[in-house]
Design a protein. Sequence first.
Length: 229
Amino acid sequence: MRPLELFGVAKTFTMHLQGGVRLSVLRDLGFSVAPGECVALTGPSGAGKSSVLKLIFGNYRCDEGSILISDGANAVDIAQASPRQILSLRRRKLSYVTQFLRAVPRVGALDVVAEALTDVARGAARERAAAMLTRFNVPERLWNLPPATFSGGEQQRINLARGLLSETPVLLLDEPTASLDAANRDAVVDLVRERKRQGVAIVAIVHDDPVREAIADTCVDVTRFAAAA
């Protein structure tokens, strides 16, 4: 099987602050991602692109369908997995780079990035994290400072450095180049291409047309699966 496969996925949200109104977002969503392939999710704002990533990562539960993550000779259905199974997959098989950095307070940037390498000795992980921070033009004087003290752009680069250092076979990217300058956009493109050569299956939301053209092999228009269609 492929590293990631979605079949017949549907999602409805209940708006508890609006009297329990139910909002159907997706229906019959399906696609798969091969090793070394980048699938870009397209569609206007509000189409459900970020919801798709959250369904794959297990932050949201789908109402119908299956989301299969390859795990050795077997596959785990995120839609049916227990919280413990989902956490295990996140450590070993599945990484998600959101637009917002979440890190333990008072932990330095170097260690925040190094924590992506869960099965690597601490010294080696820090060396590789340092190399990644260099690629994202993060000054060495910041490496031992907590990212909470950084500017928004610097935090985004820390977030990307951690996510793109990860060695999981499935990688989810939500607007990885938003607000980056040209040099750091190029760094993202180069690193995504490296991960593809390593056989990583990638699902990305990218609104920057040149970046999407540079990294995507396939585009999935989420509006095709809009519940209101």
